[in-house]
Ligand binder design. Sequence first.
Ligand code: VGL
Ligand code: ZN
Length: 212
Amino acid sequence: MYNSTNALILVDIQNDFLPGGALAVPHGDEVIPVANQLMPHFELVVATQDWHPRDHASFADNHPGQQIGSVISVEGLDQIMWPVHCVQNTRGAEFADDLNVDRVSYIFKKGTDPRYDSYSGFFDNGHHTATGLGDFVKQRHVQRVFVLGLATDYCVKFTVLDALQLGFETVFIDDGCRGVNLNDGDVANAIETMRQQGADVRQSAQVLQETK
Ligand code: VGL
Ligand code: ZN
């Protein structure tokens, strides 16, 4: 039974990560009904939004000669080259049409600095800047966070790992997430890493039972 204050964190449920989008996550649209079903069971729901300037360092397009999927060093960090996605104020960056955004109390934008990628909803990849999500949930006395969204092997994974680092009990909602699997096994490895670092892996049906 979950008695302490719980927050549900919806990670990057945006058009560009859905089938047909610029960085489509296979079956990414399947997380939307899971999110909608769970939201009413949480006293606090927040969302993250990948929100890049057009000159963002993660876009292969901005590095002549680089291919999507290759890895280069940017500001001292390994950076995967992604297709142009979630550009600020574009349709691709908007939340999925079917997502019940009226239940979301606050949106944390990330990846806004052209120099740094930001997979986690809490910090950019170099931990230079906090998005405010950590302080926001701490101020509301949240002890346990539940994480779902896109993509399991990038933004969900790093959001979960930072939540654990910040001291939250952290639940990864397996059927509420889908991954990219750039390499075979990436999603399975991501889940194993989250589990090893202390995350609880749950299905949404179990979460519904336990948050009744
Ligand atoms: C994501 C790659 C690049 C994600 C965001 O939301 O998982 N992945 N930007
Ligand atoms: Zn991105």
